[in-house]
Design a binder for this molecule. Structure first.
Ligand code: F6P
Length: 544
């Protein structure tokens, strides 16, 4: 049944007709208690939905919609490993990757939690070997630099976590530099290689499929760089001393040259964008130590338990998802800004862009019918205080309605003596609170705003969510990312789409192959459209 045919959807439409006339500032006037009404917690996280354009009635109807869509049954199907990724006929079991040892979960006849922990132990052995200086390069020197080569899910999660949690690095990891390379054009890698020492550099080739051309091209360049730097070492020695492969396709990694002893595996039931909890998280473990990595897993598991066991009415991922559904499908808001007020979370917007848009950026239902309603909005974002000097003008005075997520830690720099740094945290908090206030309430927050010229007015009514963490720790980090994962899943259930495949990225890969051929001298280009032919000719002339 289409979500539009549910009773709750129809009721939400009538409710939206009335609510779309209302302003968030009026909702606060009518109900000063909104913070208590729409504030929800899980451990050290506080989710404030009071600046959303909602009432009790809105939430009640949204939860009805979730129930009518059978959400609780879907949640169980997710955790139990049913084949809910139907187009690829497999489960989506990222939750298993953070399930504690001892729990039993059999999937397709295999006990998987034991395997998950065996993989973590293999990962730990590698981390210890590198941290202790026992892993040696081709000259016998220890490793002081790790370069992760991967893209999408094999890059963004580890990159984000390493930046977010760098200050939690243990003593043993302090001398290890961890870099990330993803771009196909080679620019990041060329830049890095110009100042790295080949004898002390280890490359982690991260690729679920081990067929991604972006990653393989960078890996080949790295191998060539090592070969040129070492006159007499054989390729086999170079690869075994300087490359680790992390993949769900071990045979392909082996074919590229990485011996099984240098490989970490994971499973095809781990989606790329859901894989930072698996061995794809190796750079995180190298940066934070296994203890830090396990704390992230524990935080995510705490959110999994909350998601699975808490009534829908108090369930953070469900609430954040359903409020999104309200904004997208009933208030017609199709843009979503992710605004971390924390430089450490600078990669969160890019991570969520992939997580949300690659998962739910779809217009076909599980039964293969076209959706008759909007699905994933356009997401983008930036560190909030920087975005204030870039695109906030549009948020405040543009013509687009945008829903905004503010993410900020209450506590920071409590163990520093630098009073100026402490003051910077206060400044940051003040800006975060000020901006969500103006975006939601408009210039009603100041006196006599009506007398200002129209170009100085702020209309407000942009729905804002604030996610306030006590502090940014590996545990809270795990909680937040798992919360967003489950939010995406809940929305997919409402929209009746499969969030775990990504067929929309395949055609580009095929067409690029034909264009690669067309770039060779004297290739025939008549089959292409006029624009592509013109561009190819221009490129060819410029390269003569
Ligand atoms: O092309 C999209 C995609 O398949 C993503 O889903 C994935 O995270 C990324 O490419 C990298 O894939 P892989 O880990 O197989 O190299």
């Amino acid at each position: 049944m289409s979500p539009k045919e549910t009773t709750a959807w129809v009721d939400l439409q009538s409710h939206a007709y009335y609510m779309s006339q209302s302003h968030i500032s009026t909702l606060f006037d009518e109900s000063p208690n909104r913070f208590a009404q729409f504030g929800f917690t899980q451990d050290n996280l506080l989710l404030d939905l009071s600046k959303q354009r909602i009432t009790d009635e809105t939430l009640r109807l949204l939860i009805d919609l979730a129930k009518e869509r059978g959400l609780s049954t879907w949640i169980e199907a997710l955790f139990n490993g049913e084949h809910i990724n139907d187009s690829e006929d497999r489960p989506a079991l990222h939750t298993a990757l953070r399930t504690p040892k001892g729990v039993k979960l059999e999937v397709d006849g295999v006990e998987i939690i034991e395997e998950v922990h065996q993989n973590l132990e293999s990962m730990e052995a590698i981390v210890t070997k590198i941290h202790s200086g026992q892993w040696r390069g081709f000259t016998g020197h220890s490793i002081n630099t790790v370069v992760n080569i991967g893209v999408g899910g094999s890059d963004l999660g580890p990159l984000m976590a390493c930046k977010a949690l760098a200050e939690h690095a243990p003593e043993s990891a302090r001398n290890l530099n961890v870099h990330f390379v993803s771009s196909m054009d080679g620019s990041q890698l060329a830049d890095l290689l110009s100042h790295l020492n080949p004898a002390r550099t280890l490359f982690v080739i991260s690729s679920k499929s081990f067929t991604t051309i972006d990653t393989l091209a960078n890996a080949n360049t790295a191998k060539e760089w090592l070969k040129q730097a070492s006159d007499d070492a054989s390729e086999a020695i170079l690869v075994s001393r300087h490359f680790i492969g992390v993949s769900a396709s071990p045979d392909k990694a082996l074919k590229w040259g990485i011996p099984k002893a240098n490989q970490l595996a994971f499973w095809d039931w781990t989606g790329g964008r859901y894989s930072m909890w698996s061995t794809i998280g190796l750079p995180i473990a190298l940066k934070l130590g296994m203890k830090g990595f396990r704390e992230i897993l524990a935080g995510a598991h705490a959110m999994d338990t909350h998601f699975r066991e808490t009534p829908l009415e108090q369930n953070l991922p469900v609430l954040i998802a359903m409020v999104g559904i309200w904004n997208i499908n009933f208030l017609n808001i199709n843009a979503h800004a992710i605004l971390p007020y924390d430089g450490r979370l600078s990669h969160l917007p890019a991570y969520l862009e992939q997580l949300e848009m690659e998962s739910n950026g779809k217009s076909v239902t599980r039964k293969g019918e076209a959706t008759t309603y909007n699905t994933c909005p356009i997401l983008w974002g930036e560190v909030g205080t920087n975005a204030q000097h870039a695109f906030y003008q549009l948020l405040h005075q543009g013509t687009e309605s945008v829903m905004c997520d503010f993410i900020v830690a209450a506590k920071r720099y409590h163990d520093t003596d630098n009073s100026e740094l402490k003051h910077q945290h206060q400044l940051n908090l003040a800006n975060c609170l000020a901006q969500s206030r103006i975006l939601a309430l408009g210039d009603t927050v100041i006196k006599d705003a009506e007398s200002a010229p129209v170009y100085k007015r702020y209309k407000g009514n942009q729905p804002c969510t604030t996610l306030l963490l006590d502090e940014l720790t590996p545990h809270t980090f795990g909680q937040i990312i798992a919360m967003y994962e489950h939010k995406v899943f809940v929305q997919s259930v409402i929209w009746d789409i499969n969030p775990f495949d990504q067929w929309g990225v395949e055609l580009g890969k095929k067409v690029a192959t034909t264009l690669l051929d067309a770039l060779t001298p004297d290739a025939s280009i008549e089959a292409f459209d006029a624009s592509t032919q013109g561009l190819l000719q221009h490129i060819s002339i410029r390269n003569k």
